[in-house]
Design a protein around this ligand. Structure first.
Ligand SMILES: Cc1cc2nc3c(=O)[nH]c(=O)nc-3n(C[C@H](O)[C@H](O)[C@H](O)COP(=O)(O)O)c2cc1C
Length: 335
């Protein structure tokens, strides 16, 4: 599908948008709109505020991170086609929802690295639950740290046991709030569906087939398993995998966008090795817990994402909204 450049009137923008929408987003909300500028001169990335999670993400931070990941995908798709992307961040400052414009720069054949990352776009998926016992390639965590640094973000792996335990405890506190408060449960229900429902966004309740408390880091309870089954006594700490915090030196929409680009770069590099991420961002959605993580675990930098890495036993590709819903042509309606 991605190779059919004649599929739509703004066919180059359609190609870029198809790559963009493979990005991750909380609850698979897909909070983005793309605009094809005159005759494919460029593509705009806008955040779609109607898809914000009012309780979990009141500031829209996670929405902008998701759009940052989509922006990196657009850059990679342009490189795949042999052009250098020219990116303008926040091109119209009075409009904070207009996050970026990407236009076509000089022709330069894609490098093997460009092709490797572009190839990983469709292989990357979010993991849930325990990983396989296999260790990660020895240099991978160092490489990922370096990719984060080049993207002007910081990736810290929690190597000491006390730090890991502390973070696991904060994830537990935040997740307990989500499970016990009806308003959080309602927000989650809005974005969770059962197999058979005709949805192109949100998460199927059976995305995580294991009990969400089976590793040291509690997962979101999409299927309500914790209400039906007690917490397993036999946890699988060895299958939790390395745990990392991605952070930035500032905490504004520009930093969130940058964090999203860094995140996607890291996820694609890992996916190229068959390694996937399981996310545990619950405590970053509770201001007091986010402050504690900043003060005790991320060296004063602003924590933007928390994830574990490993080889998943199973991943489930999730649906995406059709292009006609997310791509507009400048001055007209949806493509
Ligand atoms: C900012 C952000 C926060 C996320 N937080 C979580 C999380 O706490 N738990 C989780 O299971 N997935 C989390 N995810 C991953 C999404 O659930 C996932 O991207 C979405 O369901 C689409 O699936 P895919 O990544 O496999 O394409 C997060 C993603 C983003 C971008």
């Amino acid at each position: 599908m991605m190779s059919d450049l004649r599929a739509a009137p703004c066919h180059a923008s359609a190609y870029l948008a198809r790559a963009a929408v493979t990005a991750p987003s909380p609850y698979n909300t897909q909070p983005w709109t793309f605009v094809a500028e005159d005759e494919d001169r460029g593509i705009e990335v806008h955040v779609d505020g109607a898809r914000r999670l009012p309780l979990n993400d009141p500031s829209g931070r996670e929405m902008v991170i998701s759009c940052g990941a989509a922006l990196l995908n657009i850059r990679l798709a342009m490189r795949h086609l042999g052009f250098n992307p020219v990116v303008e961040h926040f091109p119209r400052p009075p409009d904070p929802s207009f996050l970026a414009r990407v236009t076509w720069g000089a022709y330069q054949p894609p490098t093997p690295e460009d092709e490797r990352l572009f190839g990983a776009l469709r292989r990357r998926h979010t993991a849930h639950g325990p990983f396989l016992a296999e260790p990660l390639p020895p240099s991978l965590t160092d490489d990922l740290r370096e990719h984060a640094r080049r993207a002007r973000a910081t990736l810290d792996f929690l190597t000491d046991r006390a730090g890991r335990r502390h973070l696991a405890e904060l994830v537990r506190i935040a997740e307990d709030v989500r499970r016990s408060r009806p308003e959080y449960a309602a927000e989650q229900r809005r974005w969770t569906w059962w197999p058979g429902e005709p949805r192109c966004d949100g998460i199927p309740a059976d995305a995580d087939v294991t009990h969400p408390d089976v590793t040291d880091f509690p997962g979101r309870d999409y299927a309500g398993l914790t209400r039906m089954f007690p917490t397993p006594s036999q946890r699988r700490p060895a299958r939790t995998g390395p745990v990392a915090i991605l952070s930035t030196d500032r905490d504004d929409p520009a930093a969130w966008l940058r964090a999203g680009e860094a995140l996607q770069r890291i996820l694609l590099e890992a996916a190229d090795h068959g390694v996937m991420a399981a996310f545990h961002t619950q405590p970053l959605e509770v201001p007091s817990l986010r402050v504690r993580i900043r003060q005790t675990l991320s060296g004063g930098a602003f924590p933007q994402m928390i994830f574990r890495l490993g080889y998943p036993a199973l991943v489930q590709p999730l649906p995406r909204r059709p292009l006609a819903e997310v791509l507009r042509v400048a001055g007209a309606g949806l493509a």
